[in-house]
Design a protein around this ligand. Structure first.
Ligand SMILES: Cc1cc2nc3c(=O)[nH]c(=O)nc-3n(C[C@H](O)[C@H](O)[C@H](O)COP(=O)(O)O)c2cc1C
Length: 207
């Protein structure tokens, strides 16, 4: 049985382009594998709180130093990590917000990228503790991506690659859905780009 975790980071519900694209992708995958189990973590509609004092203190302690209050402060983080770790495939749908990941996704990452739990620091650097698995990211942008002179630079893709690699997940691809606030013609081009990507993913899924 295959489990797909869909992490939703747009607060726009059914209006969200990234969410609609991810849901269309998931429907395609279910057509191919009706036994697929889909779990949704909807950070847009039900955001996780920003990490607080108790969580931060507890997360930086060694396990042997923790008591019941510290373990309780880590409960949400443990649940989010377990949910991610149970997934064979992760679909992340998100808007670009001010050239970065939306803050709800950053908060989720702060719970999931945890010293001693999802990564370890060694003499050779940080080592991820989770098994690798595919993560496919659909990133909705109002404008176009470019090099910073023509179009905004893409800080998100290198950031996501690095942060997921830190916890052991390297099989990450980002499809930008560009120009969504630039009129119908630009949106149609983005839709075609997405359709091609979705066909590719679904044939990859068959193999
Ligand atoms: C707070 C905020 C910041 C945004 N920042 C950017 C940005 O840096 N670059 C961009 O291309 N679009 C930006 N947008 C536009 C959104 O990325 C765009 O509307 C996208 O479609 C939203 O994703 P969604 O449709 O999945 O909700 C921003 C929108 C908001 C509300």
């Amino acid at each position: 049985m295959t489990t797909l975790l869909h992490i939703i980071a747009s607060a726009r519900g059914g209006l969200s382009h990234s969410r609609q694209a991810a849901e269309a992708t998931v429907r395609r995958l279910i057509e191919q594998d009706p036994t697929l189990t889909v779990i949704e973590r909807d950070l847009g509609c039900t955001p996780v709180a920003h990490p607080d004092f108790q969580f931060i203190q507890a997360s930086l302690m060694r396990e042997a130093e923790r008591g019941e209050p510290q373990r309780a402060a880590l409960a949400l983080s443990d649940a989010l990590i377990n949910e991610l770790d149970a997934a064979d495939f992760v679909m992340l749908s998100m808007p670009m917000h001010n050239f970065m990941v939306p803050s709800v996704l950053k908060a989720w990452l702060d719970y999931v990228v945890r010293l001693g739990r999802t990564f370890q620091i060694t003499a050779a650097g940080k080592v991820g503790l989770l098994r690798d698995r595919p993560i496919r990211v659909l990133m909705a942008c109002g404008g176009a991506l470019g090099d910073g002179l023509t179009g905004q630079p893409d800080f998100v893709t290198p950031y996501l690659r690095y942060v997921f690699k830190t916890i052991g997940i390297t099989d990450l691809q980002v499809l930008p859905l560009e120009n969504l606030l630039r009129g119908a013609t630009a949106q149609a081009a983005t839709q075609m780009h997405f359709d091609t990507w979705c066909d590719g993913l679904s044939s990859e899924w068959l193999t």
